[in-house]
Design a protein around this ligand. Sequence first.
Ligand SMILES: Cc1ncc(COP(=O)(O)O)c(C=O)c1O
Length: 390
Amino acid sequence: MRPIQMVDTKTQYHKIKSQIDSAVSSVMESTAFINGKPVGEFAASLSSYLGVKHTIPCANGTDALQIAMMALDLQPGDEVITPSFTYIATTEVIALLRLKPVFVEVDKQSFCIDPTALEKAITPKTKAIVPVHLYGQAAPMEEIMTIAKKHGLSVIEDNAQAIGCDYTFPGVEKIASASARKKTGTIGHIGATSFYPSKNLGAFGDGGAIFTDDDRLADKMKMIANHGQSQRYYHDIVGCNSRLDTIQAAILDIKLKHLDEYIAARRKAADFYDRAFAGNKRLKIPFRAGYSHHVFHQYTVILDVADDADPAGYRDGLHRFLADNKIPSMIYYPVPGHRQKMFEQFHVASQQMPVTDWLTQRVISLPMHTELDEEQLGHITAKVNEYTIK
Ligand SMILES: Cc1ncc(COP(=O)(O)O)c(C=O)c1O
């Protein structure tokens, strides 16, 4: 059996090695390392794939979120609502910009922001919502957009984990039509994504992008990403320096052509896992929402353990048992945002988040990538079942 990895970018690279190597070498020959032609070409390809008017490439997914927030003319102390159960990048940039992160609960099944909790958290100071399409499945965008419209709020989608995911607007008459479907990252006012190497569309280094259909926001975000420049050496607003390297853009443009095939491979592995865990009562397989295609950035299961039976200890035991059997696994995320020390200043640690706390003690993510074969999947599922079915 080939060694099992959490993410196998090397085997994936070897399948398209000649195309990648020739694209990289042509950037080297051109020496246009910054803002070379492939950057614009990749942005155009991605806009067309997603069906969005503007794609603004930038240095990473964290910058993408930061630039999006900087474009919204928010004032210090303005509130931005976001789930507590997410990667730190989503919430960190809110505090970095001297805004106030307001943490809300997620849905126990979908892991995404709970619209009821979201609406309850709105105050006169709320200005924006950042839903996260966690693990590769869309947040309930129709409900979120309806709430945002009602309260005049901006929506920035954190699409770092769900590039390529199709969201279907619920509603009987809409279901049949193509207009009922949109790619995540293009539904809110702005979408942000990451091309971190392990992402579904991963670069060979850091990278990110921002999406919008709004011309004014697009112009502003382009300026912000480029030192607030309107023309060279004329800086109208405070910005930053956030660029996607030409080499990364050239690689990503090739990998984008394979994205749907990569998603299909991830879904095939997820189907294998689902089947193998079907009779296992100790373990909840990922919920598949009717409104969203799941692109399985992660395959995350919930261990069904009672509160008084040390759920985190049981879960961590599985993590160690798998490691002893040469199977990597990850805990995404052991500490939710509202309990992070960095947010102490907002006095959120005592906030009641029973669902988030429940999940952080029970989730575990299994190896998920495009190159898993049946022998590897068979071994992983046999060991997970061995530990959990006793
Ligand atoms: C949900 C989420 N948001 C934001 C980011 C930040 O992306 P990057 O690592 O490219 O800055 C990530 C990446 O890990 C992520 O998973």
